[in-house]
Each structure stands twice: as structure tokens, then as C-alpha cells.
Design a protein around this ligand. Structure first.
Ligand code: SGN
Ligand code: CA
Length: 519
């Protein structure tokens, strides 16, 4: 009995001590999130575009903190990734499997606990979970995907209005304004969520010429023939060669090539162009007009019509636009980091930069995401947390978007509900140079949006540090990759007899994960 009383008083003291934590010791959380940002397009990742990617401020986060190469999503598509982040749970548990689903905002999500525990919380920019955000003191979101030029916003009174300007700048302005006006007696959580660099890859007008004349290194598999892998790869509708639309994606409008038939699709629909003011259209035309004229002249002269040459032209046009949109995202990060510096917040703010999934920048001939192949399975993940994360480190641990919620809770000194499936990253963050002894050795992935836009089949699989096993249920095919020998996933080694042991082991691991995650 006495021992019991003693235990109770120790526990009570512990509770009181944590409640009496001085304000300021709990870190603020600045979560900057973009849409479809490939790791390759961040210079600090030292990939194909390390000398080209316009990311000095993102690189600064990596230098002053840690950059994770083994960072993955659970389901490589927008809404589902966001739902995984808010709930710390896989898609089949949080109920948001495809972009067509509706997020049940009444379910538990981490920001509600932070708010309850005294954080002031805000979300600005892309939401894409349908319905209204819950658990935020303040939010202002794009309807659906949002737009680049003169975008519409939905405010907390459910009203929709249009603002003149460029989406990334406007979201940053709003984020800074919220920081300025926030309740400064509380620690904050700010989720600043950009649309860029999502399709249709439309840059700020001031950045239109930023990549003129730049040569973009090509991926070795720009002309992938999909041999040895699941036959469902061939039926994709996301190839640069065959599926980019002339007006929509490539910025060549019908009136610019009247009477000249360009091969490939074109709805003629200029979604972003149509939103611009006459002055904005003028700036756009001044940039693309002469370039397009030159291209059409080349095409007519027979210098561009060979399919490979044409694909290379499309690839270059794609990268010019894609990277130019990232210039604005990086500027946004710069403004937010400056704000922290100027207001003496940098030391007590955990800063994360990530994106809902990766993206194909020509690998396998593609744009878009969805597949469990590395380029879209990976998410960029950069974190700065002074006093906790060792600067300039590159942890090897495999982390996933379901880990963010428990990480934020533990950072704030809160307990993690048992239903959360992700793991707090604190053990990894406290020592970014050594792998924690009991860290996970495999990850589960599941993509659910069958058919539809881009025609990617349902598939699921397991990844370890070295291997990846994918199952395509519609055709009952299995693909196995040795990522060390074949980092670009060009050779399926599932059928090779010498791999039988490995493949059985991975299947057992996959079963174990499916049980663990209640599938
Ligand atoms: C839109 C895009 C697709 C993209 C999905 C999902 N088409 O439908 O290319 O795959 O979003 O992207 S577009 O014509 O609207 O640009 S996600 O990031 O929101 O999941
Ligand atoms: Ca996305």
C-alpha cells in the first residue's frame, strides 16, 4: 500500500512537473510542405541536378540540420499522403486511400493534441482532403488542387475569394502574417503547404527565363522499354513522350502552330493562362512566344520531328518549368527562415521541409508519381532542430510519413496514442550519425487508385535497405529489385532461382507488415 502511494505521488509529481514546463522549452514547429517535389530537384541531395536545382535555402536546412535520403511515403499520391501525416496511420486505417476519398476530419489527428496541449496551430495553402481542416486555430486553403496564378482561397467562414498574385508568394505572405499576429504566449505549429511544383508546372512570371539555355542531364532510363517488369508498366499514361499535352503541359498553344499538326495530345485547354490578367499574359507571351516560334520553325524544318529528339525537347521544356516553380518554393523557405532569425525563434523551432511524394523527372520516361519505384516512393525530408539534430548530417534510417505525427507529439512532450502506426523519429534525430539499434528494417507501401488518370495499377510491397518486392494483384505479378546492384529498378530478379531464398524472406516480411498494420 505504501509502495503504491509512493508510486502515485511520483507519477503525480511527474505530471505536475511537465505541466509546469516553462513556455519556450517546447519547440515551435514549422512544417513547410510542397506538392510533388522530387529529391533530385533539391541540390543538397547531390543528385542529377545538384548543380542546377535552385535551392540555396533548402540546402541551408540540410547544412544546419539533417537530410534524409531514405524517407518514404506510404501511398504516393497527394490526399493520402496528407492523411497519413495528420493521423500517423496507413491509408486503410485513416480511410483516405485515393484522391477521390473524403477525409473524416472527426478522427484523431496530431494537431488536435498539440492544440489541446496549448499550441497555437495554423494551416495555409494546399489541403486537398475535401471538407474543412479541424484542429487549427487558423486555416486558409486552396479549393482542391489550387491554382498558380491569381488563385482562389477558402477562409474559415467557408467563403471563397480570388487574390491577385502567384500562389507560392501568396501562401508565404499569409504564413508570415499569421506568424506576426499569432498568440505569442503559446508555442506554434505552422503548416505552410505549397501547390508547387505540381502540374501544370507554372512558374512565377519573374522566373520564366531562369533556366533558358540550361542543359538538363538525362536519366539513363528516359527511354525505358519496361522489359522484365510487370506488364502493367507498359500501359501507363504518364510518359513525357506520349502523354504530355501541348498547351496544358508544354505551353505551346494552338494559335502558335496553326496548320501544323504536332504529334501527341492537346485539349487546347490553358488552365493557368486563362486565369491571368492581360499584363500577366503579356509577360508570359514575351517569354514563351519567341521560344515557341523557334521550336515550330525547327519542327517544320525537320530538326525536331524524330520521336527521340522531340521527347528530349519536351523533357527540357518540362524541367525548365518544373525547376522554375521550385525557385519560388525555395524563396518561400528563405523568407520563413529569415523570419525565425529576425524574431529570435530559430533556436527553439523545429523546421521540416518535405513534399507529399516524390516525382518522376523523366526516369522510366515519366512525369507524375504513384508507383513504388524510388523516385516517387521517396519524399524529401530535411529537418533543422538546434540542440537536437546534429548539423550537416545524412541519416540512413528508413523513415515514413506516418512517423511525422508521433514525432511532433514527442517533441511537444505529449504521449503517442497506441493506435498510431508510425514511430517517433526522436531516437533517430537525437543521434543522426548512428542507426538506433531497434530501428525498423522494412517499410510497407500500398497504392490504391486503380486506373483513372495516368493508369497506374493497384500495387503494394515491402522495401528494406537493399531490396524491394512489389506485388501487382490485377495481374498477380511480383517484381523484385536489388537496389544496390540496380538502383534504377530496371531488372526484375524475382524469377531467378538463385533469389528464391531472398524472395521468400521478403514475402514473409511483407506478410508480417500486413499483419502488423492490420490489413
Ligand atoms: C491532377 C493532375 C494529375 C495528378 C493528380 C494527382 N492532373 O489530377 O496529373 O496525377 O492531380 O496529383 S491535372 O490536369 O489536374 O494537373 S496529386 O498531387 O494531387 O495527388
Ligand atoms: Ca502531390
Amino acid at each position: 500500500m505504501r509502495a503504491m502511494l509512493f508510486l502515485i505521488s511520483v507519477l503525480l509529481l511527474g505530471v505536475l512537473a511537465s505541466a509546469a514546463q516553462p513556455e519556450g522549452s517546447r519547440p515551435n514547429i514549422l512544417f513547410v510542405f510542397s506538392d510533388d517535389h522530387a529529391l533530385e530537384a533539391i541540390s543538397a541531395y547531390r543528385g542529377r541536378f545538384k548543380d542546377i536545382a535552385p535551392t540555396p535555402h533548402l540546402d541551408r536546412i540540410a547544412r544546419e540540420g539533417a537530410i534524409f535520403n531514405n524517407s518514404f511515403c506510404a501511398n504516393s499520391i497527394c490526399g493520402p499522403s496528407r492523411a497519413c501525416i495528420l493521423t500517423g496511420k496507413h491509408s486503410h486505417i485513416n480511410g483516405f486511400r485515393t484522391n477521390r476519398d473524403h477525409f473524416n476530419g472527426n478522427q484523431w489527428s496530431f494537431q488536435k493534441d498539440l492544440r489541446q496541449a496549448g499550441y497555437t496551430t495554423a494551416l495555409i495553402g494546399k489541403w486537398h482532403l475535401h471538407g474543412q481542416p479541424q484542429g487549427f486555430d487558423h486555416w486558409e486553403i486552396f479549393p482542391g488542387q489550387g491554382n498558380y496564378y491569381n488563385p482562389d482561397f477558402i477562409t474559415m467562414d467557408a467563403m471563397r475569394h480570388r487574390e491577385q498574385g502567384y500562389c507560392t508568394d501568396l501562401v508565404t505572405d499569409k504564413a508570415v502574417a499569421w506568424l506576426d499576429g499569432r498568440d505569442k504566449t503559446k508555442p506554434f505549429l505552422l503548416m505552410c503547404q505549397h501547390k508547387a511544383p505540381h502540374r501544370t508546372f507554372a512558374p512565377a512570371l519573374r522566373h520564366l527565363g531562369a533556366f533558358d539555355g540550361v542543359e538538363f542531364p538525362e536519366p539513363s532510363n528516359l527511354f525505358d522499354d519496361y522489359a522484365t517488369r510487370s506488364k502493367t508498366l507498359v500501359t501507363n499514361q504518364m510518359s513525357i513522350e506520349n502523354h504530355f499535352r501541348w498547351t496544358y503541359d508544354l505551353k505551346v498553344r494552338p494559335e502558335e502552330h496553326e496548320g501544323i499538326d504536332l504529334p501527341g495530345p492537346d485539349s487546347g485547354f490553358a488552365i493557368e493562362y486563362n486565369r491571368m490578367t492581360p499584363a500577366q499574359k503579356k509577360a508570359w507571351d514575351a517569354h514563351y512566344g519567341p521560344l515557341n516560334q523557334q521550336f515550330i520553325a525547327d519542327y517544320q524544318a525537320g530538326n525536331k520531328d524524330d520521336p527521340k529528339t522531340l521527347t528530349r525537347w519536351k523533357y527540357a521544356r518540362y524541367l525548365q518549368n518544373y525547376l522554375a516553380t521550385i525557385k519560388s518554393v525555395d524563396e518561400s523557405v528563405g523568407r520563413l527562415l529569415d523570419y525565425l532569425d529576425k524574431h529570435d525563434l530559430a533556436n527553439n523551432t523545429l523546421v521540416i521541409y518535405s513534399s507529399d511524394q516524390g516525382f518522376y523527372l523523366g526516369e522510366h520516361g515519366w512525369y507524375d508519381k504513384r508507383w513504388m519505384f524510388e523516385e516517387s516512393f521517396k519524399m524529401p525530408f530535411l529537418i533543422r532542430w538546434p540542440g537536437v539534430v546534429t548539423p550537416n548530417t545524412r541519416p540512413e534510417a528508413m523513415i515514413q510519413n506516418i512517423d511525422y505525427a508521433p514525432t511532433f507529439l514527442e517533441a511537444a512532450g505529449l504521449s503517442i496514442p497506441t493506435a498510431v502506426q508510425g514511430r517517433s523519429l526522436l531516437p533517430v534525430l537525437r543521434d543522426t550519425t548512428t542507426m538506433p539499434a531497434d530501428w525498423r528494417e522494412s517499410l510497407y507501401y500500398h497504392y490504391y487508385e486503380a486506373g483513372g488518370e495516368h493508369n497506374v495499377p493497384i500495387h503494394y510491397g515491402v522495401r528494406t535497405q537493399r531490396y524491394k518486392l512489389i506485388h501487382f494483384p490485377a495481374t498477380d505479378q511480383w517484381n523484385l529489385f536489388d537496389l544496390e546492384a540496380d538502383p534504377h529498378e530496371m531488372l526484375n530478379i524475382y524469377e531467378r532461382s538463385e533469389n528464391r531464398g531472398r524472395r521468400d524472406e521478403l514475402k514473409r516480411e511483407l506478410d508480417r507488415l500486413r499483419k502488423q498494420y492490420q490489413l
